[in-house]
Design a protein around this ligand. Structure first.
Ligand code: NI
Length: 185
């Protein structure tokens, strides 16, 4: 396993629409190596998720893992997950999550993003098994953030620019209850 270099905001490779993974390639050791490297890179950078375009690979593939984190009170937890060719369906347009997001490709910055708060993820796991999983609240935002990467979209595209904040300031200023808010109908 190895840690791969992360592409940063401004690199045009982050702005491409990624290609579907050919599922037969999951048998390829190089593809499994890529997945392992993405997991190791995400862990080393203390990220909640990482999409293949962030390591310069133009494929519809992302990894995610969320543990209880004092910086994100109320985020919830998600076991280590590998999403191949993920598709998101919005289950409710009335449940909305507002959360200060960050991104390993936009280091040091946070900004408030509003996203659908109840979604279904349909994807294939790293062994080629299809699955579906429903998410609500902040984890629905994590799904939205990672899938956006596969379409060349970054959180700063959605963030209210007046809420952009550097990490030191984020640690000081937004009140806890404003960091993550879920609006239920
Ligand atoms: Ni990101």
């Amino acid at each position: 396993m190895s840690i791969r270099p992360l592409l940063k905001l401004g690199n045009p490779l982050l702005r491409r629409k990624a290609e579907n993974v050919d599922l037969s390639s999951l048998h390829d050791p190089d593809m499994q190596q890529l997945i392992d490297d993405m997991i190791e890179t995400m862990h080393a950078a203390h990220g909640a998720g990482l999409a293949a375009p962030q390591v310069g690979v133009n494929l519809r593939l992302a990894v995610a893992e969320v543990r209880d984190n004092p910086r994100y009170p109320g985020l919830g937890s998600l076991p280590l997950s590998v999403w191949v060719n993920p598709v998101r369906t919005i289950l409710s347009d009335r449940i909305v999550v507002e959360m200060y997001e960050g991104c390993l490709s936009v280091p040091g910055l946070r900004g408030l993003v509003r996203r659908p708060g109840h979604v279904r993820l349909s994807a294939v796991d790293r062994f080629g098994e299809p699955f579906e999983q429903d998410f609500d609240g902040p984890l629905a935002a994590v799904v939205g953030h990672e899938l956006d990467h596969l379409d060349g979209v970054l959180f700063v595209d959605h963030a209210d620019s007046k809420t952009l904040t550097f990490l030191d300031e984020y640690d000081q200023f937004p009140e806890n209850e404003k960091r993550i808010r879920v609006y239920w109908p």
